[in-house]
Design a protein around this ligand. Sequence first.
Ligand code: MN
Length: 336
Amino acid sequence: MPAVMADPLTLPRLPHLPETGTGWRRVAKVVTAQRHLEGEGFQVRRPFPGVDLPLADPFLLLDQMGEVEYAPGEAKGTPWHPHRGFETVTYMLEGTFQHQDTTGGGGVIADGATQWMTAGAGIQHIEQPPPELVTKGGLFHGVQLWVNLPRSQKWVPPRYQDIEARDVKLLAAEDGASLVRVIAGSVAGYEGPGVTYTPITYLHATVAPGAQLKLPWPQDFNALVYSLAGRGTAGVEEVAVGDGRLAVFGGSHHKGDTDGLVVRAADSQALANKHGWEILILGGLPIREPIARYGPFVMNTRDEIIQAFEDFQAGRMGTIPAEKVPHLSAADEALD
Ligand code: MN
């Protein structure tokens, strides 16, 4: 799992957090990702939703795509489909995804890059493996995260941010053993490249076997740790978190000057995870508004969902460009 690799010894280090005086967050529960078929039939592991998870607010969905070694002809994507009311964030750890949208945007996301799409008022897009991956097969591993927008920002104009692998802020754990990639938000004052409407922090860490990773965490943010590959524990109470499992943190044990998150990688990891335990660490400021959600639309009320369908059918979420990828189906099949 390469994503962006670097020698942690060359990087800025996270600060020391004292054992006492830090408000270490407790693990509230551990959730197992469910397998789903998405788009034209590619498998994802989805830790949320699937269970009611207000503790994940402002995050709506997390899909781990792969890791998979596609045989020739096997790679699949999504047809054209709309979104309104939130943001989709696609982080490619390995392999390539290509996208195109109804604002004229498009490109390739590969090996450690992130595409941040604010659907806002409405957009249509398509997400596909590139033709050479379909023809030849190959490795594919990515993550798509949905970040909600508050009522006041659901109607912002759609926008894209293409975050290249080299833009990701790299940090080392306090002991220099583990690598932290800041994709969005900040940790200990180190800012990642992603610009967000809803305040969040989004990190990918490779925790060295047997090592502990401690992070200062905003007191008003929730906190989630998802195991992409490998195993370890979360919290000072060392709750086991295996492959494809999500640790949901609650409040802290003691009130501290600052809150902290702690995870520890198991001493031994599978051979495939030779760099260590691969985890996503994410959190944000809960929006705490009612959610009305149907397929690709996430609004506050049922009426707004009905309006979204009407606007989509009336062509008010953009027009699919003429030079579309050939095998893509009509947009009205695409409400998945
Ligand atoms: Mn989509």
